[in-house]
Write a protein that binds this ligand. Structure first.
Ligand code: UD1
Length: 333
């Protein structure tokens, strides 16, 4: 039996197609939710909308606030579960703290670690996710990459065994959605990276620059960011609750352009041909800069001068069959 470990919003659209394909192939599996994201709008709404099975295990412990508390507490709980279940493999997704915790526990118990979305590198070690990616890739036994840049990154680091170019599970899910088709003419905004939101004065400077663009902006705010900006009123920015996956992707498809600091949105915007300004210095999705609609911007006062890119970027390998390719390998474990 394999066990999938998920914890935060970006994991949910990725686990869905893989669980479905494993079920079709009668591969025994369990699902564990670490509870890293616990608000209804950050978690359960995705399970309902995407029809993901109710997790077999949910860690109900308080995970703590700091990275060490979160990573450590998840490790302590996962060790008990893996010890009693003795899974054939632990499947981890992306770069969140839950991914790191699960990979560390599994590898020390000599359980194969299967990493989905391996090889992404922003080359910015100040990002907590970059540390998680590097560590997880170096202790994983099976590494599935979304694009050829990721494969090359792994080769450069000497990771060459059991590396597969499998495609992008999140785009597989995106392609199954029936999207609403009424262009809003608005700008879609998301912000949650520590580098943009942890320093309150920087956050308000960014929001001030975006507000002064003079276009209506819709801002589904992460609970952490919402707490900071709660009572602040903007002329053009409308803060709303986090959206469900379908609602968010429909908005991304219909907006004039998007501004964000997220990872996954870079791929989604490029596939939907929506121009995107990524408020970061670096990206782990270099292909979306070279071929897609993504542009990096490290100074929000420059947004007004930026050129918006259109480009129908959808690599052949993002064809809706990523789960099938991964399952062919899982069958051999
Ligand atoms: C996490 C991931 C990030 C991913 C993002 C998507 C890590 C290191 N980061 O960042 O890669 O892009 O999820 O959203 O794992 N909180 C709530 N409600 C929730 C979840 C969190 O209020 O449902 C608050 C809590 O106070 C928590 C804080 O937000 O301490 C940060 O949450 P956390 O999961 O640590 O990181 P994210 O910023 O969401």
């Amino acid at each position: 039996m394999f066990i999938h470990i998920v914890g935060a919003r970006p994991n949910f659209p990725k686990v869905k197609p893989l669980m479905e394909e494993m079920k079709k192939n009668s591969i025994s599996q369990k699902l564990l939710h670490t509870g890293q994201h616990y608000d209804y709008l950050m978690s359960k709404v995705f399970f309902n909308e995407l029809d993901i099975p109710v997790p077999d295990f949910h860690l109900d412990e308080y995970l703590g606030k700091t990275h060490a508390e979160q990573t450590g507490n998840i490790m302590i709980e996962l060790e008990k579960v893996f010890d009693s279940l003795k899974p054939k493999g632990v499947i981890v997704y992306g770069d969140i703290n839950s991914t790191l915790s699960a990979a560390l526990v599994a590898t020390k118990l000599h359980i194969p670690v299967i990493h989905i979305e391996s090889g992404c590198r922003s080359f910015d070690k100040k990002m907590p996710e970059e540390i998680n990616r590097i560590v997880v890739d170096h202790i994983s036994n099976y590494l599935f990459c979304t694009d050829s840049y990721s494969v090359k990154n792994l080769i450069k680091e000497g990771v060459t065994e059991n590396v597969y170019l499998s495609g992008n599970l999140m785009i597989d899910t995106l392609k199954t959605l029936s999207l609403d088709d009424n262009p809003s003419g608005e700008v879609l905004l998301t912000l949650h990276r520590p580098s943009n939101v942890d320093d309150t004065s920087k956050l308000f400077r960014i929001l001030g620059d975006i507000d002064s663009l003079g276009t209506r902006v819709i801002f589904p705010a992460h609970p952490r960011v919402k707490k900071i900006i709660d009572n602040k009123k903007f002329d053009n920015i409308k803060t709303v609750e986090p959206m469900s996956y379908k609602e968010f992707i429909s908005n991304l498809n219909n907006c004039k352009y998007a501004i964000s600091d997220s990872g996954g949105i870079q791929c989604e915007a490029s596939v939907l041909n929506t121009p995107l300004i990524t408020l970061r210095d670096t990206t782990e999705h270099q292909d979306t800069i070279l071929f897609g609609t993504n542009t990096l911007c490290s100074d929000s006062s420059e947004i007004k001068n930026m050129k918006l890119k259109k480009s129908n970027y959808s690599p052949k390998i993002w064809d809706g069959n990523s789960a099938k390719r991964i399952v062919e390998v899982l069958k051999t474990i």
